[in-house]
Design a protein around this ligand. Sequence first.
Ligand SMILES: [Zn+2]
Ligand SMILES: [Zn+2]
Length: 214
Amino acid sequence: MLQYLTIPVTPFAQNCSIVWCSETNKAAIIDPGGDLEKLTKAIADRNLQLEAIWLTHAHIDHAGGVAELASKLNLPIIGPHVGDQFWIDRLADQSRMFNFPLSKPFTPNRWLVDGDTVQIGNSTLNVRHCPGHTPGHVVFHSPEAQRAFVGDVLFVGSMGRTDFPGGDHDTLIDSIRNRLWPMGNETVFIPGHGPEGSFGEERRRNPYVRDLQF
Ligand SMILES: [Zn+2]
Ligand SMILES: [Zn+2]
């Protein structure tokens, strides 16, 4: 069964999630934006065996710790979609702009596309490409655990910004309605910032994307 733990990191309180298979203790880390000591301690405390870095998108608060963690622990970098290459190229600029520790560039070992799966131990998660906040944004969905790690696509009561380069409002709405909602109303989502919610509740209450019939 898939287990997870979410730890806010960086001055942006970005939700980094550690996910693992409870049968094997093999783990992946989603969006290690920074505060790597805190993250590696949480992993060691639980005796998890970290095997991969999964990335939803390449904004600095999500990707700032990726290069350092990957080279220190010799981990493969999986994701995001190649549409975020230009954000990876700009990581050093993003570091300076937001006063983050300087982030080195990196090359993902595997780009993801819609419909891919990623594996950790005996758990498989589905990959959906959800552009709009960034062109290469992906989300990771575990049907077995009814959990979705959605980065900055959707928040409780809100959704990702679309005013950055490559962002697009209508595209983001389409991603949420056509790629997140089919995961089911009961599915709990772990957003990149703020508390968890359920898709059903957002369909009722979120002013950006709620269903008209409610
Ligand atoms: Zn973002
Ligand atoms: Zn973010």
